[in-house]
Ligand binder design. Structure first.
Ligand SMILES: [Zn+2]
Length: 394
């Protein structure tokens, strides 16, 4: 499957790059047509850091470079074209980088961090949204589709979460690339009610990650203070479920070319299987009571159970979210009930059908204000266990 994306990029490179001066010869078809970037005497683009996209790059002129942003597999579901590159431009003029999407339209506004005059940074989206032209000041910098949130961030987060007398760090398994699937457990390991918080199945969905950070840190504080009873409730927090996809700048998939949010139940991928195996080994008295899976889309919403929700599930929804759609400043949201589509393999469906529990997809808008995302997540985390306790009494 991954091969298809490479071939598509290669074909596009050959077509669009025919006037290129970057390469005298097209690369051998077996090799990836980029990875290293491209350069002229005046400027360069590189993809040599964690989270960089694996984009093809070619030269248009001395100060104009183009990159081809391609999916890692076909078809790209819910296209979220991720790009991230480092650049250098010598003094004396601006550098233009054209980002061209293959199989998708522009979704993420470029984030720029670099030296030089900020007013020289500008963005022009093409009329059909199949390309975006980014003008950069001379100097050095990094351009990313969303803020770069990679493994170093998560190592810090997990450390903070585990700074808790009721916290412990767990390695659930390893990814295709051998990266650890890291988690923190809060509360006692024999606490009967288990809440799962999962994140970054889809690499580019950074606004969901912002919500998850704030949510998890609030839960940790409540467990630490005793406001949440760690003898009754335990939490498994897995903020980076697709570390390979994040490191490699994927749009959607893991390194196995699979959408992890379609793998629940079959557990063919090591990342999802790591959680499935951990759940299967739980002591008999421990049972999942709730699962939240953090994502991003074009608006704030929660995918929740529909008619299939149990009485307790409906009571939980009523206590936790219902009626609060406009209660948070800067963070209006929608609630979208959807019954499980058996066999689809989403996290939400699998937890709902396997355990009969509330299992929600917590979707954050791509452009939602980060401060509002955080304060809302904190407020919702504060209310989570009281809502659950109320519902479990039903
Ligand atoms: Zn997603």
């Amino acid at each position: 499957m991954r091969q298809a994306g490479v071939w598509l990029a290669f074909a596009a490179w050959v077509m669009i790059g025919s006037g290129s001066v970057a390469f005298a010869q097209p690369p051998a078809p077996t090799s990836k047509p980029s990875g290293s970037g491209c350069q002229t005497a005046q400027g360069s683009v590189h993809f040599d850091f964690e989270g960089a996209s694996r984009s093809a790059c070619y030269v248009e002129d001395e100060r104009t470079l183009s990159i081809l942003v391609t999916p890692e597999h076909l078809p790209p579901i819910n296209p979220s074209p991720w790009y991230a590159f480092r650049y250098h431009a010598v003094e004396g003029g601006k550098l233009t980088v054209n980002v061209r999407y293959i199989g998708a339209r522009h979704r993420y506004a470029p984030q720029w961090r670099g030296s030089g005059d900020p007013s020289a940074f500008s963005v022009a989206v093409g009329q059909d949204r199949s390309a975006v032209s980014i003008t950069l000041p001379p100097g050095e910098g990094v351009v990313t589709a969303q803020p770069l949130v990679t493994s170093a961030h998560y190592d810090k987060l997990l450390e903070q979460l585990a700074k808790n007398r009721r916290g412990s760090r767990i390695i659930l398994g390893r990814s295709h690339d051998g990266r650890s699937i890291k988690a923190v457990r809060l509360g006692n390991s024999d606490a009967p009610s288990l809440v799962l918080l999962l994140g970054r199945q889809h690499p580019p969905e950074v606004t969901g990650a912002v919500a998850m950070d704030a949510f998890a840190l609030t839960i940790a504080k409540l467990v630490r203070s005793g406001a949440i009873d760690g003898k009754q409730f335990q939490f498994l927090i897995v903020p980076l479920l697709n570390p390979d996809g994040v490191a490699r700048g994927h749009w959607r998939a893991n390194l196995g070319g699979a959408d992890l949010n379609r793998d629940w139940g079959t557990f063919k991928q090591p990342e999802t299987r790591a959680i499935g195996d951990w759940l299967a080994r739980l002591p008999a008295q421990v049972r999942p009571v709730l699962m939240l899976d953090f994502h991003s889309t074009n608006r704030n919403l929660f995918y929740v159970q529909g008619d299939e929700a149990s009485a307790q599930g409906k009571a939980f929804l009523a206590a936790w979210l219902r009626g609060k759609e406009n209660a948070f400043a800067g963070y209006p949201f929608k609630i979208e009930p959807r019954d499980a589509n058996p066999g689809l393999g989403t996290t939400k469906n699998w937890f709902s059908t396997t355990y009969g529990i509330p299992a929600y997809t917590y979707e954050v808008g791509d452009d939602s204000d980060p401060a509002a995302v955080r304060t809302t997540a904190e407020a919702l985390a504060q209310n989570l266990i009281p809502s659950l306790v109320m519902a479990l009494k039903e």
